[in-house]
Design a protein around this ligand. Sequence first.
Ligand code: HEM
Length: 514
Amino acid sequence: MIPLPTSHQVALSAGASVVLYWAWSYWSSSNRAPYPPGPVPLPLLGSILEMPLDRLAIGFTKFGEKYGPMTFVKVPGSNIMVINSYEVATDLLDRRGTLYADRPRMVMMGEMIGGARITTILGRYGPAWKIQRKLLRQALSANAIQANYGKIIEKKWLQYLNSLVNEPDKFLSNLTIMTGESVVEFAYGRRTDDAGNSYLEPLYRIQEMIVQASFGYVVDLAPFLKHLPSWLPGMKFKRDAARWAAHVDETRALMFSQAVRDMEESGLDSQPSYTTNALKDLHDRGAELNETNDDVEAINSTGFSFYVAGAETTEVTFRGFLLAMILYPEVQAAAQAEIDKVIGRDRLPTFEDREKTPYLKAMILETLRWSPAAPVGVPHRLMEDDMYNGFLIPKGTTVFPCIWGMSRNPKYYKDPTEFKPERFLTGEPILDPRQFAFGFGRRICPGNELAMQSIWMGMASILWAFELRPDGDLDPALLVEMERFTLGNIGSTIPFKCKFIPRFEGAVEQIVQY
Ligand code: HEM
């Protein structure tokens, strides 16, 4: 029989481990450049207790106030670096972009459910991701957007305007539907399957799953668990992963196969979409359109990424704009004065008005800054050891560019909590929020121009038609910066009520007749 250790022996060996750990840490740190400043790690636990549990953006911004532009946090199994300075973020993530182009390993979401294979945003740096980025770059240039998606953007906003007339109380839920349907139509040219079922329902389930998986599973800390059989106790995550992976694969395959069929049946007459355009292009270059072709697989994954990365981000940005309009009526009035002058009241805005409306442009920039959709960015992973300003950033570090911290830094913006589009119209140099709100470097958002065009059309159309006012008393929480925004992985506003009052006689008739 193996003798069990006494509590005394356990205490002694635990004590010895701690001493060894400290000795090892001291020895290894005395032989290398220091890591960037950050909370002092405890033995074994690292600085896990210092990590914010929710509303990451607030905790990460506080790191910046305490430790400076870079904060290095050791947690069990990984090193995290939070960047709160725009200059440091561009030095590292843009100028040394290739080094920082990877995403962190996500065992549950990326590997077991397959997110890294089937979406660009979770894809690891490598040949498959590079093909996807190339496809997206070609498809999402300003000209390609106008040619292929301009009409869809106009149509979807008009539908939304109609819903503001018919169902004003549902303006937030209809915004979710409209932005979801838009990206599905951009990607596949349709919004329902052949049986008339909306594509949004299965996609909402995927969104929920992403939220659940992003809280982290124990398998993310101990990847070997994924190789154990699923019937063992505690292996529920394996069964969840298998069920979710099947749902994701089924949804993706259905949307892709129906777009392919539409294209084959109607040829060039089918509604242009990212998927059909990319497949036509490939076909014209003489390629076989079967599933074993890497380019076809890349088109499938990128089309699917439209929804995963483009719907909620556009929605919450627009939601921030609507809230700003009821909190800052003078800004709303200034934008409407510009619209009346440039567009008049006899027709709805068109994309041709975009260049002639500097105040609206400033308002979009201010919205990206004031209500950023991704307050802590999307993490990058450093692929080799890097030295910066005398600090060692070790290979494998997960790097968060804290977009919220940059947007609220008084060094870049005077009165950062205020919504003031005028700050971009003074002629003085000022940091353009597009430089950080869409992320950085090789992973920068490829949909940024699509988002800018769509948001412009939405803002211009709504402000052309309606005056926005609070519906009833304003919830006092909406007046407090730290309470009005949710500040999770995705930044949104708390719910609010808004009235949409037609601005002039004939406005509603013009919307309805389109
Ligand atoms: C206002 C709207 C949007 C905002 C604020 C936004 C923001 C972002 C951010 C912060 C990232 C991470 C960049 C990084 O890793 O540093 C990202 C990635 C991405 N976005 Fe957007 N996005 C928006 C709209 C869209 C749209 C409409 C699409 C549609 C195609 C899109 C597609 C993507 C894709 C595919 C990625 C992953 C890129 C990669 O990992 O290589 N986004 N976006």
